[in-house]
Design a binder for this molecule. Structure first.
Ligand code: FE2
Length: 483
């Protein structure tokens, strides 16, 4: 195993001018001294301090031989200690963790920071003509034969190499001319195209932008969508005929800006919550806006149109967001899994509760995105821990679960369909698991058909993967989307 530590005195000196607590870089244990006060920097939220390359990985069970590719996941991992009073979980430097599988083996584990301009300077690395932007920390996808680390609110995609080193900004081969993109593009499984609802603050401020990216990785179309403020639009949904906009009351907040908070979006009780149905071939003035009760949604599980032409949105919904907790998402209310049914004719939205336990990171089979589906997956939240993987049968309302055991926590469960599989749930659930007992993580592979079965495989990693955000399975040799 090779480790590359950045927490040495030389680099600490370089970084002193860049980070308020960077004098602490001199000690590898520096983080332990400053992360005890803020939940989003403690326990497995705390960043790791090294980039690791490991090739001899202990594996339990049997890795399916058909899995040839990389499981990748992005998340925040501040390179240097931060000003805790102003910190937010969403703004740490991005770090991508990956495990390469092939021939029934785990070939390697790597973690690499997504290089920002400040990071390259602090590390004394040679930019070598590469162009860097902000640190893209939210999602990592395969598309058009490339690997992209992506984030919302104004930064272009950053391309990574196969082994996760930063290549540089790739604004979809020069076709994303306005800088904003998103962390949550949705794939149309029929075409392999990406559809994205983007915002860019402070560059924009009175509109969102729908961006349609072809399977070849080039932007085909953009549409401006006017909004009466600057909402945080984290995700979107796609159906056969519509692009769905979640225009909800978390908006740019002058008070947070004045206080110098790193993430200046907060709850806005004066902002009318609504969802919008933008016809796929429509303009910004064609959006069918439908009011909903005050709430916030980071992530839909899936969306589709039913036989009557109504739009079904399955969402993880919070009663409030960033009202009292401006450091992360878990302090104000628990999220529930809800179904919203939108009638485009009457603009009425009916709601029902699918599962009232706290949960996040919903996913479905990527080949059924935007289509009627039966199974969705998420992870249960208790406090700020993630002890159970959930499988929802959206037809029967039943939920099955895989309890990870004491001190073990799951990230987002990602569904990989089995090649040639016929049943919707015939495939694998992959997730990074943190095991407090080892103070290290593993890649867990479950048979999605039956969560009561023991894991198919566990790849033990030599390091922690801090709690983070979103990931993908990127098959080798594929030029299609992985989102
Ligand atoms: Fe997200």
């Amino acid at each position: 195993m090779k480790r590359r530590s950045f927490l040495n005195t030389t680099l600490g000196a370089v970084a002193t001018s860049l980070y308020p607590f960077s004098n602490l870089l001199a000690s590898p244990n520096a983080w332990k001294n400053v992360t005890t006060a803020l939940p989003y920097l403690t326990d497995n939220f705390a960043p790791v301090t090294e980039e690791v390359t490991a090739t001899a990985l202990e594996t339990r069970g049997r890795i399916p031989a058909e899995l040839n590719g990389r499981y990748l996941r992005n998340g925040p991992n501040p390179m240097a200690p931060v000003d805790m009073a102003k910190h937010h979980w969403f703004v740490g430097d991005g770090m991508v963790h990956g495990v390469r599988l092939g021939e029934g083996k785990a070939m390697w584990y790597r973690n690499r920071w997504v290089r920002s301009e400040a990071m390259v300077k602090a590390l004394g690395e040679d930019p070598a003509g590469r162009v860097f932007a902000g640190s893209n920390n939210t999602h990592v996808i395969g598309h058009a034969g490339r690997t992209f680390a992506i984030v919302e609110s104004g930064a272009p995609p950053i391309e990574l190499g196969y082994e996760l080193d930063t290549v540089g900004v790739n604004n979809f081969f020069g076709t994303l001319t306005d800088m904003g993109f998103t962390a949550h593009p949705k794939v149309d499984p029929d075409t392999g195209d990406l559809h994205a609802m983007c915002y860019s603050w402070p560059a924009w401020g009175d509109h969102l932008k729908y961006v349609h990216v072809g399977r070849d990785g080039r932007v085909k179309k953009t549409v401006e969508v006017p909004v009466p403020g600057m909402p945080m639009v984290h995700d979107m949904s796609l159906t056969e005929n519509y692009v769905v906009v979640y225009d909800l009351p978390v908006t740019i907040d002058g008070g947070l800006l004045q206080r110098g908070m790193r993430f200046p979006f907060g709850w806005n009780s004066d902002y009318q919550p609504r969802v919008g149905l933008l016809p796929r071939n429509g303009s910004g003035s064609d959006v069918i806006w439908c009011e909903v009760e005050p709430c916030y949604v980071f992530h839909p599980m899936n969306a589709y149109e039913d036989a009557a032409g109504k739009v079904v949105l399955d969402v993880v919904r919070y009663e409030r967001m960033f009202l009292t907790d401006n450091h992360g998402p878990f302090g104000d209310s628990l999220a529930t899994l809800d179904r919203w049914t939108v009638d485009p004719k009457t603009r009425k939205v009916t709601t029902e509760r699918v599962d009232d336990r706290g949960q996040e990171f919903p996913r479905c089979s990527p080949i059924l995105n935007s289509k009627p589906y039966r199974y969705g997956y998420s992870v249960a939240i208790e406090g700020s821990s993630f002890p159970t993987i959930l499988k929802h049968d959206m037809q029967t309302g039943e939920t099955s679960e895989f309890a990870l055991g004491a001190g073990r926590h799951s990230g987002e469960p990602y569904f990989v369909p089995r090649e040639g599989g016929e049943a919707e749930d015939d495939g694998f659930l992959m997730s990074f698991i943190y095991d407090a007992g080892r103070d290290a993580s593993e890649l867990l592979i479950l048979d999605a058909r039956d969560l009561s079965e023991p894991p198919i495989a566990q790849v033990l990693l030599p390091a922690r993967v801090p709690f983070g955000f979103h990931g993908s399975w990127v098959p080798d040799g594929s030029d299609g989307p992985s989102v």
